[in-house]
Design a protein around this ligand. Structure first.
Ligand SMILES: CC(C)(COP(=O)(O)OP(=O)(O)OC[C@H]1O[C@@H](n2cnc3c(N)ncnc32)[C@H](O)[C@@H]1OP(=O)(O)O)[C@@H](O)C(=O)NCCC(=O)NCCS
Length: 178
C-alpha cells in the first residue's frame, strides 16, 4: 500500500460507512450508526482513513484522565516508580493525570496485518506529542483482550492487574517517552 495516498478525514454525513467491515460487529455498527452523533454531541471525534475512496480504517479520540489507585499494591509501585523517574509537581497529592483516550480503533479485514494499525498509533502519538496547547501525558485505551499483543507491541503498558481477567484492559502509552 502507498501510505502517501491515505487521506484522514473527520466523520461527516456524506461519507458512505455501510460497507466497512473490520470483523467486529460492535465496531462496524459504531461507525455506521453512532459516530456522527458522538461528534455532534462533542463526546468523541471519529477519524476515517480513506484509500482510493474506500474506508480502510477508523479511530476515535476523546479527552480522558488516568487515575492511579495509589492504595493498591502493584499500582502504587508503578506510580511511585513513575513519580521518582519524572519531576511531576506534588506527586504525593496527585491521583489524576491528563490523557487522551483512543476510544475505538478498527482496520478493515482486507488491510489487517499490513502495518496500518501501527501507522495509525504512530500518527496519533506524534500528533499528541507535538500538540502543546493543553496538558496531556498519556494516550489510553480500553484494549480488547484479542488486541492486547498489538498494543504491547506498540509500547502500551497495563495500568493495573485488577482487570487481568476482563474482556478489556486499561492500557497507557507515556507520551513523554516518545
Ligand atoms: C487490532 C488491529 C487494530 C490491528 O491492526 P493491524 O493493522 O492489523 O496491525 P499491524 O499490522 O499494524 O500490527 C502491528 C503488530 O501487531 C501485531 N498484531 C496485530 N494485530 C494483532 C493481534 N490481534 N494479536 C496479536 N498481534 C497482533 C502484528 O503482527 C504486528 O506485529 P510485528 O510488528 O511483530 O509484525 C486490527 O486487527 C483490528 O481492527 N481488529 C479488530 C478490531 C479491534 O480489535 N480493535 C482494537 C480495539 S481495542
Amino acid at each position: 500500500m502507498d501510505y502517501l495516498q491515505i487521506r484522514v478525514v473527520k466523520i461527516e454525513p456524506d461519507i458512505e460507512t455501510d460497507t466497512f467491515d473490520c470483523g467486529n460487529t460492535d465496531l462496524n455498527a459504531f461507525l455506521k450508526d453512532d459516530a456522527l452523533r458522538y461528534f455532534d454531541e462533542r463526546m468523541a471525534v471519529t477519524y476515517i482513513l480513506l484509500y482510493k475512496k474506500q474506508i480502510i480504517a477508523y479511530y476515535c479520540l476523546l479527552n480522558d484522565k488516568v487515575t492511579f489507585d495509589t492504595g493498591q499494591g502493584n499500582e502504587r509501585l508503578l506510580w511511585n516508580r513513575f513519580n521518582r523517574k519524572n519531576k511531576i509537581p506534588n506527586p504525593k497529592r496527585r491521583q489524576n493525570y491528563p490523557a487522551v483516550k483512543l476510544g475505538r480503533l478498527a482496520v478493515s479485514m482486507h488491510f489487517k496485518r499490513q502495518g496500518l494499525g501501527r501507522f495509525i498509533l504512530d500518527g496519533i502519538k506524534q500528533m499528541l506529542i507535538q500538540k502543546t496547547d493543553t496538558g496531556c501525558r498519556f494516550l489510553t485505551v480500553d484494549a480488547y483482550s484479542t488486541a492486547l499483543s498489538f498494543y504491547l507491541k506498540n509500547e502500551f503498558q497495563y495500568i493495573s492487574s485488577k482487570d487481568e481477567s476482563e474482556n478489556t484492559r486499561l492500557m497507557y502509552y507515556d507520551l513523554k517517552t516518545g
